[in-house]
Design a binder for this molecule. Structure first.
Ligand code: MLT
Length: 260
């Protein structure tokens, strides 16, 4: 397994795999893992091309990212983990469900959507690739990342905010461009939502402009066993921007799914 995987907690307790968004890394989950690791086996990993995982040839798809996820599960010999994915991590989690939901105990979808890219979004991704080619990753992430945060949260979490941007600026351009193409080519998983049989928590920031609360609410309405929560004073990175409220909803859901 060539991906960078991080585990915390005892490996005989309930397993939760955290999948980060784009263009971030496993550290975006640190405020969750530090709180729940005492009674959960927490797994996070850097998606291929991002963080400390290798970029390789940059030829990725959401399909190949699900292959990687299933490899992580096999490698760690996990039995029915809970999957928690944010944004691109959510795209991966949703396609993983569609491929084989029997592998998972429950699903947590954060600031994400089931629809595929519109034509405008695909053209925007192509513009991102062009910007990286012409001006570099730093110029691209300096423009992209600020839009992921709520104006209300940036001053409160300034240190995390600067660290997140600083790490993203150093990413391998091959990996970042590969992720942009993988997202542009993803399928629409909306029709599958009504077939999800496991418990699902949907959770998103009230000021998320990339995957707004209305979009997530609509998704929740199509899933049988779902709970939808809005995180106040947060944008697209709700677990980073308001970890207190996010963790409260996460822990409530984990306690509930324990009783099923
Ligand atoms: C993410 O946070 O993973 C990305 O913003 C998702 C996207 O660009 O579609």
């Amino acid at each position: 397994m060539d991906l960078k995987i991080f585990t915390e907690g005892k490996n005989d307790s309930r397993a939760i795999i955290f999948i980060h968004g784009f263009p971030f890394d496993h550290l975006m989950w640190r405020n969750q893992i530090s709180v729940i690791k005492s009674n959960n086996f927490c797994i996070s990993y850097d998606i291929r091309g991002l963080g400390e995982s290798p970029a390789g040839d940059g030829q990725y798809s959401i399909e190949s990212f699900v292959d990687d996820l299933e490899e992580v599960i096999k490698f760690l010999k996990l039995n029915k983990p809970i999957i928690c994915g944010l944004s691109m991590g959510g795209y991966i989690a949703l396609r993983a469900m569609e491929r084989n939901q029997d592998l998972y105990k429950a699903l947590i979808l954060c600031d994400t959507k089931s629809s595929a890219d519109t034509d405008a979004a695909k053209i925007n991704r192509a513009g991102g690739i062009k910007k990286i080619n012409n001006e570099g990753v730093k110029a691209y992430v300096d423009e992209f990342i600020p839009n992921c945060f709520s104006k209300k949260s940036i001053s409160k979490i300034e240190k995390d905010y600067n660290e997140i941007i600083g790490r993203a600026e150093k990413l391998n351009p091959i990996g970042v461009k590969g992720c942009l193409l993988a997202m542009a080519c993803r399928t629409d998983t909306s029709k599958f939502l009504s077939q999800i049989q496991i418990p699902v928590l949907l959770i998103g920031g009230e000021d998320d402009t990339l995957t707004p609360p209305d979009v997530m609410k609509e998704m929740a309405s199509k899933i049988n066993d779902s709970i939808f929560k809005i995180v106040k004073n947060a944008g697209h990175l709700s677990p980073v921007e308001n970890p207190e409220d996010f963790n409260q909803y996460l822990i409530e859901f984990l306690n509930e799914s324990n009783n099923r």
